[in-house]
Design a binder for this molecule. Sequence first.
Ligand code: HPA
Length: 272
Amino acid sequence: MHLAIIGGTGLSQLDGLESVRHQVISTPYGEPSGPVSIGQMAGCEVVFLPRHGYNHRIPPHGINYRANLWALKELGVERILAVSSVGGIAPGMQPGALCVPDQIIDYTWGRPNTFFEGDLEAVTHVDFSYPYDADLRASLLRAGAALSIPLMDGGTYGATQGPRLETAAEIQRMQRDGCDVVGMTGMPEAILARECDIRYASLNVVANRAAGMNGGGLVDFHEINQTIRDRMAAVRRLFLHLLNTRDCAVCGNAASAAPVCAAGAAKLKPDA
Ligand code: HPA
């Protein structure tokens, strides 16, 4: 079992996943967001987990990210494609745009964000220079090109705490920091994937202009929901294409699947 899709807002169910069985997995960190769905999509085995739960009840700061990643690791997942909705900060990040980010700035706080704590043999650091897997990112971009679905190649994802949206001043600060999009769930999900050597890439659906970026108007929740609903069809098409074409970085069934992430995830034990 290789590929997992983590669904965000607007992707609580994975249409097209067939012969689904649900598996409840208990972890040392408690319960994941729900039972994982394991099924077939385009003839490939795919694990699906909606990070907000199947009823979209778990807020971003309440998600048990460690349990989610632990459960996927336990199932043998080696690759994750994570979908999340974001607000657009950079001028090009307009509602409806799809972005494959390549960097993260973490503004979250108080979320358990590592597996490396407690009774360790040695303090463990993990390289996180490039938080997203290069091969998976390239696969998503290839699929976009093949289907003529425009994807923004790169961008810095600013992860905020939520559940409230940001103030206009916070967004201005994030813009000065270099953030292109803002979302609430990208961290610690990405670092936990890296810590357990799971390749991870993210597909962001720009749902709205971030606070203060829409000419003085307020954030329009109706627009957010509508945009997410509209764009999920494109997200599904991208995934189906990757699976139909047996894209090696996604399915891991070709010798050419280069271990880029494995190299990046080499752990540094200073006193080893
Ligand atoms: N801010 C944070 N998270 C989001 C937003 C936003 O504007 N839109 C969708 N997710």
